[in-house]
Design a protein around this ligand. Sequence first.
Ligand SMILES: [Zn+2]
Length: 98
Amino acid sequence: MNSSMIGKIEKAHRYAKEPERVRIHSLESTFHGGHDDHTVGLKDGQWHCSCHAFSSHAVGTCAHVMALQQMLFRMLSEDDRYSGDSLAYSPAAAPLAS
Ligand SMILES: [Zn+2]
């Protein structure tokens, strides 16, 4: 392996520890829920989930969306970190690590 590739790999290791460098604008994922798989995603600032709770509660969120918001917190914009009403993930519950 040449030295320039080694340098890139070292840089990648450093970057991987700094998720705040990355801003996720859209994504599509399969979430293995307790009973079923759900399609969860973010598009144009709107979260969506294929689960029953998301479509039936009209709060714009569900456990799967909230879980992804926690997992990806440092890579999401301020707006995308939260969705729906006060049921959504709150910063008081888990302050942003600095
Ligand atoms: Zn869901």
